[in-house]
Design a protein around this ligand. Structure first.
Ligand SMILES: C[S@@+](CC[C@H](N)C(=O)[O-])C[C@H]1O[C@@H](n2cnc3c(N)ncnc32)[C@H](O)[C@@H]1O
Ligand code: SF4
Length: 391
């Protein structure tokens, strides 16, 4: 791909009428950086003069330009404010984010509007302000209740704070609350994980995400693992942890609806389902990615550059690519096979369909009507299933 100098002009595009349309808003601020995280986020000393007020002004301009770029701006069915740490903006800041969005787009009356939040920067008052502003869902980064796991992850909240925050959100009127867990942190035991899941369920939430810890290149954690200070668990341990947490969640009436996501009935995250099911979205904020009309683009990463380009009246596009039919097909299979609803057989090519019998015979996939759904064992080996299936 040719490297272009940002900002790059985004091609003309029209959203597809029969697909849900979402907006992702990236808040690129964190108080401190967790050693395992390589998300596009900045601590105060890394901001180079950028700040939340400048980000908010630039965000409102980006959303205005986005609506103009799309021509007839589609009705927004889901919003996800993620980070970084959106809760650092406080109630007034997160209210202003939705005001900016409503200034340029119309939100469906029943839109799902989520914000992520770090437990240590939440309070009962914040949740009340979020409800009043129109947020319908909160996603809290709990990770674990084991103090030594939180310490290894550099998380600054106490084991009880995430649970208290979940209860405060429910008391403020949030019917939909998610807790994010990480499993497979060095030093974590099976019991640590089971206790964390128990505590999360007892907090009364309707959604749980659990991802295995990924050691990202270039992070402080990767350096510690390389120096031998931290020992990562092997794949058998990770598979056992996944089975343990799935069994415990099933016993508590949670059902998986994507390999790493469980909910009570009606608690599924519609915004993420949009990503996995070929929906379209505008990604606003530094480093955010968007996907509309077979075009995928991403914004410049640093908040100072982001604000500068928008201050100059230009969308802050770092680059884009037009996805061809083959790439769309690969992504479609990769994402949809991970869903409880499974992959419609009709999506597969004739040669891919010929490989299905072997995967069913190996106990990794099962047929449910005209769909293919991962078995319990298949969920542990989802990436391998995709590799075996694709041309
Ligand atoms: C990027 S954070 C943003 C929200 C918030 N700051 C938080 O930490 O919860 C979203 C989720 O991604 C998870 N995450 C980030 N880096 C990860 C990694 N290397 N492996 C697994 N999960 C990761 C975080 O733990 C968090 O639950
Ligand atoms: S608080 Fe969340 S976004 Fe910020 S560094 Fe930690 S994991 Fe990453």
């Amino acid at each position: 791909m040719t490297v272009r100098t940002a900002p790059v002009a985004l091609p003309a595009m029209r959203s597809t009428a029969d697909r849900p349309f979402g907006i992702y808003i990236h808040v690129p601020f964190c108080a401190t950086r967790c050693g395992y995280c390589d998300f596009n986020t900045y601590t105060p000393s890394e901001l180079g003069g950028a700040n939340p007020d400048g980000w908010l002004t630039a965000l409102a301009v980006e959303l205005e330009q986005a609506a103009r770029h799309l021509g007839t701006a589609p009705e927004v069915s889901t919003v996800f404010v993620g980070g970084g740490t959106p809760s650092l903006l406080g109630g007034a800041g997160l209210t202003a984010v939705l005001d900016a969005l409503r200034g340029s787009f119309s939100l469906a009356p029943d839109a799902e509007v989520t914000t992520e939040a770090n437990p240590e920067s939440t309070s009962p008052r914040l949740f009340e302000q979020l409800r009043a502003a129109g947020y319908t869902r909160v996603s809290l980064g709990m990770q674990s209740t084991a103090p030594h796991v939180l310490a290894t992850l550099d998380r600054t909240h106490s084991p009880g704070r995430a649970l208290a925050a979940a209860r405060e959100a429910a008391a403020a009127g949030f019917d939909h609350v998610n807790l994010d867990l990480i499993y497979g942190t060095p030093g974590e035991t099976d019991d640590d994980l089971l206790r964390s899941v128990d505590a999360a369920v007892a907090a009364g939430v309707d959604h749980l995400s659990a991802y295995a810890l990924v050691v990202e290149d270039g992070t402080a954690m990767a350096r510690r693992v390389r120096r031998g200070e931290l020992a990562m668990p092997d794949d058998d341990v990770l598979a056992r942890r996944y089975e343990l947490l799935d069994a415990q969640l099933s016993a508590a009436s949670f059902a998986w609806y994507e390999v790493s996501n469980w909910s009570r009935p009606g608690g599924e995250c519609l915004h993420n389902i949009g990503y996995w099911n070929g929906g379209e979205w505008w990604g606003a904020g530094p480093g955010a990615h968007g996907f509309v009309d077979a075009v995928r683009w991403w914004n410049v990463k640093h908040p100072a550059n982001y604000a500068r380009h928008l201050g100059d009246g230009m969308l802050p596009i770092a680059d884009y690519e037009r996805l061809d039919a083959d790439t769309m097909h690969v992504e479609d299979v990769m994402l949809r096979v991970r869903l409880r609803d499974g992959l419609p057989l009709g999506v597969l090519t004739a040669s891919e369909r010929r490989r299905v019998d072997a995967l069913v015979g190996d106990g990794l996939l099962r047929r449910l009507g005209d769909r293919l759904v991962l078995t319990d064992r298949g969920r542990l080996l989802a990436d391998a299933v995709v590799r075996d299936l694709l041309d």
